[in-house]
Design a protein around this ligand. Sequence first.
Ligand SMILES: Nc1ncnc2c1ncn2[C@@H]1O[C@H](COP(=O)(O)OP(=O)(O)O)[C@@H](O)[C@H]1O
Ligand SMILES: [Mg+2]
Length: 274
Amino acid sequence: MNGAPILRAEHLSLRYPGGKQAVSDVSLSISAGTTLGIVGESGSGKSTTAKMILRLLKPAAGGSVVFDGVELTSLPQRSLKRIRRRLQVIPQNPQASFNPRMTVGASVAFNLRVHGATRSVAWDRAAHMLDRVGIPAAYAHRFPRELSGGQLQRCAIARALITEPELVVCDEAVSALDKSVQAQVLNLLAHIQAESGIAYLFVSHDLAVVEHVADHVLVMQHGRVVEEGTAAQIWSAPSQPYTRSLLDAAPDRLLARKPTPSTHAATAWKAPLD
Ligand SMILES: Nc1ncnc2c1ncn2[C@@H]1O[C@H](COP(=O)(O)OP(=O)(O)O)[C@@H](O)[C@H]1O
Ligand SMILES: [Mg+2]
């Protein structure tokens, strides 16, 4: 499964106008079908890095983001739309990211409509995706406020996956959820990856969460990468005192680990509803 890089970012730097240097010379690469975790304390530059990768922010001169061979930083807006379909995002706060006046089914379907699908195709796919993430069909007609945080985050996963992306950026995607619900959503993401070969960029301040899902981990501090390695290396033998302090701050290791490809096949997709 560890294929060629689906994304390679090099020399990403960004200073907000009037602010300090938020990100300094960050480079990273994500192999198809794998998960790269970025961990670091609040303010260490994780979200700014993720936004540069999603082209929501433009890196300083010299920065490069190559997605499947295409340089994104200089891509014209009209070509970007095609890439957006293949590069999706699961945000931190689903309550804020869903339109409160649209049913969740309509929101999930809308993400395919913007890419040209007809209404009926988009609705069929939305129903299918909600089923895949364990949301009962009737819930498609509910509004965001009528779902729990964990249920809504499942809908956010369905909304991201409906375009069949190759890479999904998850920025603190489970940080707002209770620990038990976190584990369910992380397991769902891992099963989806094992089944579909999707890659994730998984950003979190919580090393326990990152260790749970990531194959490879970058540790960020003050806008720079201070350590990197496999999730197991970072967890068991961190080389930097800063990483050790993140470990100490991390709550207990989550119960289950990312399933290996050999174990996933027999595992049902749908975890019980939280
Ligand atoms: N829109 C913004 N304007 C100015 N400074 C910002 C903005 N967003 C983030 N920052 C600053 O940039 C630094 C990195 O922030 P961020 O990337 O959000 O960190 P993280 O996601 O790791 O918490 C922080 O010092 C933060 O205060
Ligand atoms: Mg952030």
